[in-house]
Design a protein. Sequence first.
Length: 180
Amino acid sequence: SVEVLTEIFSADVNLAVWQRSLAPAVASYSQQLLSLLRLPLQHFISPEQLPDYLQPALPDAPGKDEFIADLTLIAQMFACLMECQQLGLRLKVLNQAMCPRFHTDHLCCRLVTTYHGPATEWHAGALTDNNARVQQLQQADVALLKGSGWENMATYAISHRSPALAEPRLLLTLDPVWQD
């Protein structure tokens, strides 16, 4: 259930995954975006502003409202968990692996979900551990990945990479943004 995302605050957890499936309208619209989304959407925005930003930015097709509602709900939950007012949004169609090598993010935490296509791969071992078992998120999973910016996580941040792609991928990432 969605409550599993709060486990990211445990000291010994560097990845929390909400395993879910997409509503049929969201899944259908996500697949349509593979050919309809011309440019990636990248913006610093509050979750409350998302629907007004996405409505004109996304192409019209059946399921659009449901897709926007799903994305907005995820953003609201993440902003609440991270206690931030703004998020760094990136919604992008990928035709090749964006980050093909295992790496850790140099930020506190990142939300990752793949709306369509192969999802993010990860392993719990150190970046130098080539024998660590590679695991893969599933399409629609919502994952919180601790980065090296999380307090005391410099050496325990989650190692992850983009999967090799045989088909296009629709990826959403959200980063917390705190304003002073």
